[in-house]
Write a protein that binds this ligand. Structure first.
Ligand code: HEC
Length: 121
């Protein structure tokens, strides 16, 4: 009897740990909290300039870069990658884009806050 209680407690504990771990994994797809105090960000106002400087040398139709996905010269061109979380993942979480580096943390913070705000155009 006692063994049964211990066993079911153990199973229950493992279940809770398992579920919360799943929860964490999901949260990793969200960016860190926005740290800018007064983010006044929109695609047109400030984000397009960052993307033009940091991304479109590769992410443009006909760039010739092997394996390239997406044309980021317009809002519509990058929007599907904002929707599926890929930009957040690669630029803010993994930080492996832009390929080869060269993006300041301030620019990554701007992208993060802009996405957190629903990436207004
Ligand atoms: C020097 C070239 C280069 C630059 C600059 C660059 N990328 Fe990339 N990017 C690539 C290549 C090549 C791939 C495909 C291989 C891979 O996924 O790593 C890629 C893949 C991606 C992907 C995943 C593919 C997908 O599903 O859309 C995202 C998102 C992305 N880049 C975002 C960006 C953003 C945002 C910038 C600018 C901040 C940027 N990249 C700058 C070369 C580049």
């Amino acid at each position: 009897m006692k063994l049964k209680i211990i066993a079911s407690t153990a199973i229950f504990t493992l279940l809770v740990i398992g579920l919360s771990w799943q929860g964490c994994k999901k949260d990793d797809n969200d960016g860190p909290p926005c740290t800018l105090t007064n983010p006044d960000l929109s695609y047109t106002k400030n984000i397009k300039a960052i993307i033009d400087q940091q991304c479109i040398s590769c992410h443009v139709t006909g760039s010739g870069v092997p394996g390239i996905v997406g044309d980021y010269t317009t809002y519509e061109g990058i929007k599907s990658r904002l929707d599926n979380g890929k930009v957040l993942d690669r630029v803010v979480v993994k930080k492996d884009m832009p390929q080869g580096g060269g993006m300041s943390q301030a620019q990554r913070d701007s992208i993060n806050c802009w996405i957190a705000a629903g990436y207004p155009k």
